[in-house]
Design a protein around this ligand. Structure first.
Ligand SMILES: *Cc1c(COP(=O)(O)O)cnc(C)c1O
Length: 455
């Protein structure tokens, strides 16, 4: 979309001659006729990017914004590698295999027989992982129904209204009814709600660890128990998928006693984002299945690999290997203890921010960062301004703190959310609280003056 439709002269960026190094004017939306000097072109693009926000003050995203220079160097050295070329880059394929096995172990997958590999693959992120896991659910459901001579026209997927948008996308793209259960009392789907929403056309239930809205964990074990109970009562055998986009790299380290993963028989597949708490720059996710039985064979294609063939399951063909290599680096570099320390620090910082927000006064916390290192809070009582005003005010200090309504069932509640990630420090948290205090004073003062004026 162009904001300058009627002003073609704005279509070109004219650089100041003192600054342009011979680049002259570069059209923004057409391929330039001539060739540019490499340094000048680089500076031109870099200057455009200067207008992007400052990642360290972006408390909206779950995605990694800082990695060690050693990781960046490894990525730089692998930029030309294509993860699908298993034959050309067998060691990258080997590294992907190792990552899948490491995650299978971390998520307590039953050991595959005969020393075989765990069942899973890397993806571009949790969204692609959700498409693959969702397809496996649909294919399995359809095969069961066809074998029993039953109708397969109306598959549905049960999930809370708080699921990430990728699941609605999956449902729409793959022609499945998105059975979104409105929130009722909790900030996420409950076990009783999940079981009650299932019927013979349910391909699966998605449990979220944890919710993007407030960072809370859904009660996966309770959901599994409720689905066990449903099966014993009705015969319906509904598989559970865990969307652990964030929690897959948090819970194993900080909540080892929490049973949410393949320890539950009903959990057939799990996805996670390597580029969130997996601590890798954007572009990597993971999806694992409990066993080969849970991933229908006709979804798998084979590619050439060392003179033989290797099974793959992906939406894309070509994809960068660098992110997978970076994931392996981080797993090796930090190990269990390192991940635990890093995630614990994020959780401690989130807790400190939650305490500080509580002390600021006008807020009620929906979550305090003790599950995902994420806190969400609302205004306790209206005071002539909204969370949207506060989000806007915080921008003036450079902080990006999103405000939004909760999902259906709680849509009258508007919240602000802070996501704490590796790279966010206690110092930054303190600055955030100081600035938030100033914003609250400013907004409350302005609201009082407005009231005084009108009276
Ligand atoms: C971020 C997120 C996704 C989407 O993941 P991407 O890796 O960004 O594609 C899906 N589900 C949940 C719960 C998430 O937090």
């Amino acid at each position: 979309m162009s904001l300058h439709k009627h002003h073609p002269q704005h279509d070109a960026i004219v650089l100041d001659p003192a600054f342009d190094g011979g680049v002259g004017s570069i059209p923004k939306h057409r391929l330039p006729r001539g060739t540019q000097d490499a340094d000048a072109a680089q500076r031109f693009v870099r200057d455009e990017l200067m207008l992007d926000g400052n990642a360290r003050q972006n408390l909206a995203t779950f995605v990694t914004t800082w990695m060690e220079p050693q990781a960046a160097a490894l990525m730089q050295e692998s930029l030309e590698k294509n993860i699908i070329d298993k034959d050309e880059y067998p060691q990258s394929a080997e590294i992907e295999r190792r990552c899948v096995n490491i995650l299978a172990n971390l998520w307590n997958a039953p050991a595959p027989t005969g020393g075989a590999d765990a069942v899973g693959c890397s993806t571009t992120g949790s969204s692609e992982a959700a498409m693959l896991a969702g397809m496996a659910l649909k294919w399995r459901w359809r095969a069961r129904r066809e074998a029993a001579g039953l109708d397969t026209a109306k598959p549905n997927l049960v999930m809370g209204a708080n699921v990430q948008v990728c699941w609605e996308k999956f449902a729409r793209y793959w022609d499945v009814e998105a059975r979104l259960v409105p929130l009722d009392g909790a900030t996420h789907l409950t076990a009783a709600q999940a079981a009650a929403a299932c019927d013979e056309n349910t391909i699966g239930v998605v449990a979220v660890l944890g919710s993007t809205f407030d960072g809370s964990y859904e009660p996966v074990a309770e959901m599994a128990a409720a689905l066990d109970e449903l099966q014993s009562r009705t015969g319906l055998d509904v598989p559970l998928h865990v969307d652990a986009a964030s929690g897959g790299f948090v819970a194993p380290f900080l909540d080892p006693e929490l049973v949410w993963d393949f320890r539950l028989d009903r959990v057939k597949s799990i996805n996670s984002s390597g580029h969130k708490y997996g601590l890798v720059y954007p572009g990597v996710g993971w999806v694992l299945w409990r066993s080969t039985e849970d991933l229908p064979k006709d979804l798998i294609f084979s590619v050439d690999y060392l003179g033989g063939s290797m099974p793959t399951f992906a939406l894309n063909f070509s994809r960068p290997a660098a992110q997978v290599i970076a994931q392996y680096y981080v797993l090796v570099r930090y190990g269990f203890d390192g991940y635990r320390r890093i995630q614990q620090r994020s959780r401690d910082i989130a807790g400190a921010i939650a305490d500080g927000v509580g002390r600021l006064g006008p807020f009620t916390l929906l979550s305090r960062g003790d599950e995902l290192p994420v806190l969400a809070f609302k205004l306790t009582a209206p005071d002539g301004w909204s969370v949207y005003d506060l989000s806007h005010e915080l921008r003036s200090f450079g902080w990006i703190v999103p405000a939004y309504p909760m999902p259906e069932g709680m849509a009258d509640v508007d919240v602000l959310r802070v996501v704490v990630r590796n790279g966010f420090t206690f110092d930054l948290a303190e600055s955030l609280l100081v600035d938030m205090g100033k914003c609250v004073d400013r907004l409350s003062g302005a609201a009082k003056r407005a009231v005084a004026f009108h009276h």
